[in-house]
Ligand binder design. Structure first.
Ligand SMILES: Cc1cc2nc3c(=O)[nH]c(=O)nc-3n(C[C@H](O)[C@H](O)[C@H](O)COP(=O)(O)O)c2cc1C
Length: 195
């Protein structure tokens, strides 16, 4: 009886260890991507969920972009967000503890889609940063139409090599396992030669 119980636990333990090793093998860090940073803006948690998962899976550092002023609720936020798309009206950011991006080899930058494009807090961040020599991966969360987010992101960022952008629809309403798989599958496509 004790022998079979022991055998059962030993088998379960070795299977879980094997499983852990397999998921670790998927980790982007097992390939040579150097030091990774995740930068994100999130108003209502969708983008934060993706950012934290990327951080976990890649062992990255993380930085949250925050605006000095809070946004109004709906429907006023739509008007404010639209106005701020003009570079003259980009929102002021809380620039505390901004990481030195020169320390990083690969930088993920993500935010919500606002008005079919990149939201002003991200535009504000991009306008104050030179990404010379850096490889950047954009990601966006949205409610169903990400419009020109990726084209616009690429045209606004300065001097970066932009690769492998990924969109995520209705994140907080998506099954956790499905979301996790989508992120793992995406990260598994990365190729160190792209850096
Ligand atoms: C001002 C504003 C504009 C938006 N515009 C779009 C849009 O053009 N297309 C879309 O699919 N979703 C749009 N959304 C929905 C957000 O992109 C979506 O809920 C996103 O995942 C929110 O991310 P967050 O929770 O990280 O802030 C908009 C939301 C706001 C507040």
């Amino acid at each position: 009886m004790f022998k079979s119980l022991f055998l059962f636990f030993a088998t379960t333990l070795s299977l879980s260890l094997l499983f852990c090793q397999t998921s670790e093998a998927e980790n982007i860090n097992n390939r040579d991507f150097g030091k990774i940073l995740v930068v994100y803006y999130s108003l209502s948690g969708n983008t934060r969920t993706i950012a934290l998962t990327i951080k976990e899976k890649t062992n990255a550092d993380i930085y949250e972009i925050k605006t000095e002023n809070e946004y109004p609720g709906s429907p006023m936020i739509y008007i404010t967000a639209k106005k701020q798309m003009n570079p003259k009206n980009y929102p002021k950011l809380k620039n505390d503890n901004i990481p030195d991006i020169n320390k990083y080899d690969l930088i993920f930058i993500g935010g919500p889609v606002w008005w079919y494009t990149v939201p002003a807090p991200i535009l504000s961040f991009l306008s104050q940063t030179d990404f010379k020599g850096k490889t950047v991966v954009p990601f966006a969360t949205h409610g169903g139409n990400y419009g020109k987010f990726f084209e616009d992101f690429e045209s606004k960022i300065k001097n970066a090599k932009v690769i492998r952008g990924q969109e995520f629809k209705k994140v907080l309403k998506t099954d956790k396992n499905l979301l996790d798989k989508k992120i793992s599958d995406w990260l598994a496509t990365f190729n160190e030669k792209e850096l």
